[in-house]
Design a protein around this ligand. Structure first.
Ligand code: NAP
Length: 282
């Protein structure tokens, strides 16, 4: 039987509607600052989309575009200004930064209260401690998809393929956190016999960046499969999961495009609203 499609566009629309309704009741307009350095076309497309989303839900966008040869010190000064700007509730620096810029120290310079990407060491520390805080957008979006479709994580066996600080690691922590209560394994490029590991999963997440790495033989009958990968190939945009074969085995699956991607954008809006409320006490 073909798997149920977990429609990220639909869930993202629900998140956006919630944020829009909440923003409409505030007596101030939340502000999101986007910082784009260099001319990477994909980064320009992503930031354009994020700014458009913000406008659609009533969040004011403060956009800053800098040349690829911007010096570390100048970018740090901009971050300091945005940290001090009372109209700015969230600061998003589009990654990756051009070579020569140290993205780790730039992210660490953002005021953790305005870290709407959830990647500041302080916020990642709160995640490790299982305490509330701004969570990274992509794993946050995946948790929201599972919640929306009432997929039980408690007691389930989850396998996350990929251990990046952006997706795999934080997602593994979120799945294992109190309340979610999954039993989690993390696989990576040094994992031996990946298929044997992934075949144990009730919930399988692929966050690798390798087209169609996960095929039907990696998937247990009835598993829920979340495909985070975005790979540009001659056949267009594809995920890390071979959708054709895996959708015959899985009980539910996210498509690419239209799965996790829209959720990443929606969670940025939710984080901006949360940051604004926490900062302004409303
Ligand atoms: P990343 O930093 O490159 O991490 C990739 C991970 O995959 C690493 O942990 C790596 O292991 C592991 N890996 C590589 N080859 C493997 C293999 N053959 N078997 C098992 N594990 C393997 O990438 P990322 O930033 O996490 O992104 C992953 C994918 O998600 C990319 O396609 C990216 O474009 C996409 N993405 C999508 C969204 C979205 O909104 N949909 C958001 C973020 C990222 P090692 O640690 O051992 O190297």
């Amino acid at each position: 039987m073909a798997a149920q499609i977990l429609d990220g566009k639909e869930v993202a629309a629900a998140v956006k509607a919630e944020v829009e309704a909440a923003v409409a009741h505030l007596d101030y307009q939340p502000g999101l600052a986007t910082v784009l350095v260099g001319d990477d076309p994909a980064s320009h497309t992503y930031v354009r989309g994020k700014r458009r989303d913000a406008g659609e839900v009533g969040i004011r966008s403060h956009h800053h575009e800098l040349a690829a040869d911007t010096r570390q010190g100048d970018l740090e000064s901009l971050i300091d200004d945005l940290n001090d700007d009372d109209q700015v509730d969230g600061v998003l620096v589009q990654l990756p930064l051009p070579s020569g810029l140290d993205s780790e120290s730039i992210v660490a310079r953002i005021d953790p209260a305005k870290d709407v990407d959830g990647l500041h060491p302080y916020n990642l520390g709160l995640l490790v401690l299982d305490r509330p805080g701004l969570r990274p957008c992509t794993p946050g979006g995946i948790m929201r998809i599972l919640d929306h479709y009432q997929i039980t994580t408690r007691g389930s066996r989850a396998v996350v393929v990929g251990r990046s600080f952006l997706v795999g690691r934080p997602l593994a922590l979120m799945l294992a956190s109190r309340g979610a209560d999954a039993t989690v394994s993390v696989a990576h490029s040094r994992t031996t016999d990946l298929a044997a590991v992934t075949a144990e999963a009730d919930i399988l997440v692929a966050a690798v960046g390798s087209p169609s790495l996960i095929s039907a033989q990696h998937v247990r009958e009835g598993a829920v499969v979340i495909d985070v990968g975005i790979n540009r190939t001659d056949d267009g945009l594809v995920g890390d999961v071979d959708f054709e074969s895996v959708s015959q085995v899985a009980s539910a699956i996210t498509p690419v495009p239209g799965g996790v991607g829209p959720m990443t954008r929606a969670m940025l809006l939710a984080n901006t609203l949360a940051a604004a409320r926490a900062r302004r006490g409303s």
